[in-house]
Every structure is written in C-alpha cells, then in structure tokens.
Design a protein around this ligand. Structure first.
Ligand code: 9MG
Length: 289
C-alpha cells in the first residue's frame, strides 16, 4: 500500500490525499468580506473555535487585509491583533495558520504555537525564510503580481499558468535551499492577486498544472470578486458560488481550500467524496451485468 501524502506542520501531520478545509479568521477592520465583524479579540477567538467545530482542518488568522487597495498595517498593530488569537487557538490544540508577510510577526506567532505561515509574498521579504526555516511550521507560498494596494490596476501575463508555475517553482527551490523541507510546503496560485477574470479562470481550469511542483496546492476563491463578476452577486450573497468554486478547485487537484463558509464547504466535500468514491477503501457493488 502506498503512503498517503502528508503535510508536516508544527510537529504534526495532515493527510492531504483528501481535500482539506482552511477556515478564515479575520481580525482586521477592513477585510473585503467579514472584516469588522470579528475584529475584537474574543470574537475572533470564538469565530476560530466555531469554524473548527464546523469541520475546519486548519484556521487561518490574519491581522492585515490583503484585499485590493488595502492599506498596510504596522508590526505592533498586527501583533496586537493576531497573537492573542493564535495563542488561544493553538493552546486548545488547533492547527493554526497565520496570514502575514512580516518576518517579525512570523517569529512571534511561531513562538505562540502557529503551525503554518500563509504568506501572500511567498517568503520573499528580507528575513522571512530565516524566520520559518528553523521551526517545524509549514508554509503556504502564494503568487501575487504587484502589491495589494495596486495589484488589480493592470495585471499582465503572456502565459499566466506557466508564469505562476515558474514563480512558485522558484520559491519552492528557495525554501528548500533555506532548509524548509518539501513536506512543509504548500503552493497557491493566488486567485485575485494581480489577475483579471480571464487569468483567474485559466488558473482554475489548469490548476492541475501546479501538481508538477510535487507539493499540495491550496486554492482561495471564497467570496472573491471573480465570483461576483461571474454571478452578479454582492460579496454577502456569494456563498453558493464560493462552495461551487471550492468544488471545482478540488476537482482540478486542490488539496486545501481556504474558505469563509466552513460548514457549507465541508458538507459539499462530503458529498463530493462519496459521489466520486474518492477515498473508498473498496469499490461499491456495481450494476449487475
Ligand atoms: C490571505 N489570503 C487572501 N486570499 C488568499 C488566497 O487566495 N490564498 C492564500 N494563501 N491566502 C489568501
């Protein structure tokens, strides 16, 4: 029997042969979807526990919005927002990821028990590789063209799938050179991060092209503008589109989906798994001949 693919995160492992759900916990006041609702520390902690109860495998805590046009946050403010939330969730045994681009924040949350760093800059900031390498935490390396403030102004690629794959391959190599083993690495094409609708759809349809990198692929499509463009729905009405997008991503090889709506996504994935026989130990009896 072959061993299932395992992601190593914070001294633990997650079998990623079945699709996994990462639930989003924002502590920001200007996130594009649920910012403002969960900004108080105790509310963010309660939201994290609720997402775990709904079936999230990982919770992703963020203290700086990366939505298009978002303003940067200073290190002390980001620390004040995320550290207490990470501490509470990690102490309770949750697999906690932290969405940050700053090495100082990475070091602080890794000390508090975070199991993963989710970096939209793919550990390219000075000191980021060094912050993560000596730990046992996993890292999600995301592709972004430009900066959050301006990235949607005029995204341009000759071949978006090849360029994103090339970038991620280089970042995986940089991580390995810095001492971050492949088993600790996840890659993400970064839907909506310096991409038009056409770029996002090309990446979604060809998500399996990232499999050659030999590490799990994470997809974050939940509530994003591209779903608004496709459906005509405002952000608060994009639940169905978000669940559909998560299923399409899994169909094209995503191992982890990053979502706001954990319960709905978990239910949809249960049906997907049963309906595709994805992880059946033995085949069901077929139709008689
Ligand atoms: C923080 N954040 C917002 N969207 C994201 C996405 O699509 N992927 C990852 N890894 N992080 C995201």
């Amino acid at each position: 029997m072959t061993e299932p693919p395992l992601l190593h995160l914070g001294g633990r492992t997650l079998d990623v042969s079945v699709p996994r759900v990462m639930g989003v916990v924002n502590t920001t006041t200007d996130s594009f979807f649920d910012g403002g609702y969960y900004r108080a520390t105790d509310e963010a902690i309660a939201h994290g526990f609720a997402l775990l109860e709904e079936g999230a495998d990982i919770v992703d805590v963020g203290g700086e919005s990366t939505r298009p046009g978002a303003e940067p946050v200073e290190v002390p403010d980001e620390l004040a927002r995320v550290v207490p939330v990470v501490r509470a969730l990690a102490r309770a045994g949750a697999l906690v990821s932290v969405d940050t681009m700053k090495p100082a924040v990475m070091r602080a949350v890794l000390d508090e028990g975070a199991a993963m760093i989710n970096d939209v800059r793919a550990l390219a900031a000075e000191g980021a590789l060094d912050a993560v390498a000596p730990t046992r935490a996993a890292v999600c390396l995301m592709h972004m063209q430009g900066e959050p403030r301006t990235m949607q102004a005029a995204p341009r690629y000759d071949d978006v799938v090849a360029e994103v794959r090339h970038f991620l391959a280089q970042r995986v190599a940089a991580c390995e050179a810095a001492g971050i083993a492949r088993e600790r690495i996840v890659v993400d094409p970064g839907f909506g991060f310096g991409k038009t609708l056409a770029h996002n759809l090309a990446l979604l349809r060809h998500l399996d092209a990232l499999q050659v990198l030999g590490v799990p692929v994470l997809a974050g499509l939940s509530r994003k503008a591209m779903l608004g463009t496709l459906t005509g729905q405002p952000v608060e009405e994009r639940l169905v589109a978000s669940v559909a997008a998560a299923l399409v991503a899994v169909l094209h090889g995503a191992a982890i989906v990053r979502v706001h709506d954990v319960r709905a996504t978990v239910d949809a994935l249960k049906v997907w798994r049963a309906g595709t026989g994805h992880d059946d130990p033995a085949p069901l009896p077929g139709p008689g001949r």
